[in-house]
Structures are given as C-alpha cells and as structure tokens.
Design a protein around this ligand. Structure first.
Ligand SMILES: [Zn+2]
Ligand SMILES: [Zn+2]
Length: 261
C-alpha cells in the first residue's frame, strides 16, 4: 500500500511550519507515549521488580490537565518566542555529529547549573514559598507524568529555563530538526524516568558487568539511576540537580548529593 503522502512532500510541509512548533509536537508525542508506557507498567505490574517507590495516589488522567496546561501555554509560547526573536531554532539546517555532541555536553552542564540554581536557590527558599514548589513535592516521584505536575512559576523555572537558556547560550542549536528533536526528547525521557519510580540502573550495570564494569563505576549514579530525584522528593534537602541524565555537577560541588549529605 502506498504511503498516504510521499515522505519528501511531508518534510516540505514541515518546513512551512515554525520549527519550534514541530519540535514541541515531537516532544509531546515522545513525552506522552513514554509517559503512558510507564502508566501501563504501573497498571499491569510489568517491570514491578524495578519499581522502587509506591505508586502516587493520583492517576495519569488526574495529573494530565495541569501538565497539558504547562506544556501548551508555557512551554510552546516560550519556544515559539525564542524562534520569533531569532535566539533559538534558527541557523544552519544541518549540523555534524561533532558539533551536536559538543552542543549536547555544553547544554547538559548549562541545564544542571540553571536547574540547580532555580531549584535550590528559589524554589526551596522559604521566602519564595509562594512559587508553589510544594505542589510538585506533593507527589512521590512515582508517576512519570508528575515530572511536569507543578505550578506555572515552578514549570517555567525548572523545565523551560534549564532547557531554553543553555540552548540560547550555545547559539540557538541551529535549525537542524534531528538535533532539536533529540534535545527535546532526551529532556522528556529523562524527566519521565526520574519521576517514574522505576530504577533500571542496577539491572543495566548487571547486564553489562562483564564488559563495561570498570567504565560504569566511573559514571555518576545520577546518570543512569532515578534514585537521586526520588531521594529529593523524600528528603527535600538533598539532590537538587535533575536526576537521570544529569551530571549532577552542582550537587557534587555543593555537597548536596543524597549520598554525600
Ligand atoms: Zn520531581
Ligand atoms: Zn524540590
């Protein structure tokens, strides 16, 4: 059977849309597909042996309205404005692997610094309690979708800014669709996993122990484990960096990582 629309024509159609909108749409598909996948695991008990935290009392559908509000009315306009002002999602349409790798490393470090500063310095500062971070802490980091269950200021400071500011600082990330989709998708998967209550780090280490054990011992726990952010939800005063996928540099520098405090 023929594809309803030839792929080149479909890609041409994408070119007519703002890149930020296409990237946001890709991010939404990845976020909710993976999020629903974790929710399905919660309901069916699949991978239960990797589930370390008790399920949240709210279900996916209960979290959804607030999460969608944040994604549609805060994230999308912020991304679109960056493109409109020419500070992100603009530039060369194709970049090389080397550039992409360097950009990812720099963005990961930038993400850690901004997320840590906003999270610890503002959201956990009693003077800024009105920003409403306690809403996010009302969850146990045991439902993937709760990654974006937060007040608008919280979402702006800990999701939007740590994503877009490093992107702007590296020059906007170009208009390479594959790179922009990769960045947005990695962010989605990282947030979902660290709030899922599942932790596959031990299984990954075990599975690769024979060949990669030495290498894995040098990888910070936060890079493959969701434990750090679970500890943050439980103890509140530790592990302010994002969990999975984060180098956790600031937690290490300021000795706030869960196993150092
Ligand atoms: Zn959280
Ligand atoms: Zn917090």
């Amino acid at each position: 059977m023929a594809f309803p629309m030839p792929l080149p024509h479909f890609l041409e159609l994408l070119n007519l849309l703002p890149l930020s909108l296409v990237v946001w749409t890709g991010h939404m598909i990845v976020f909710h597909a993976v999020g629903l996948g974790f929710a399905w695991c919660d309901r069916t008990g699949a991978f239960q042996r990797f589930k370390l935290r008790d399920n949240d009392r709210l279900a996916y559908a209960d979290f959804l309205p607030r999460v969608l509000f944040n994604q549609i009315f805060i994230l999308l306009p912020a991304m679109w404005l960056c493109e409109r002002f020419g500070i992100a999602f603009v530039g060369a349409p194709h970049i090389g692997i080397g550039f992409a790798f360097a950009a990812l490393v720099l963005m990961t470090i930038g993400h850690d610094v901004i997320q840590y500063g906003a999270h610890r310095g503002l959201l956990h500062n009693p003077r800024f309690r009105w920003l409403g971070h306690n809403l996010h802490h009302s969850t146990r980091a045991s439902s993937s979708i709760s990654a974006c269950y937060m007040t608008v200021p919280d979402f702006f400071l800990t999701i939007v800014c740590p994503y877009l500011i490093p992107l702007i600082l590296i020059g906007g990330g170009t208009s390479d669709l594959r790179f922009q989709l990769l960045v947005a998708s990695l962010g989605a998967v990282g947030g979902l996993y660290e709030h899922s209550g599942y932790d596959f780090a031990a299984a990954i280490k075990k599975a690769t122990a024979s060949r990669w054990s030495r290498l894995l011992h040098h990888i910070p726990p936060s890079l493959i484990s969701s434990h750090a952010h679970g500890e943050h939800h439980r103890r509140a005063r530790v592990s302010f960096s994002d969990g999975f996928g984060s180098p956790g540099l600031c937690d290490l520098l300021f000795r706030t990582r869960w196993d150092l405090r």
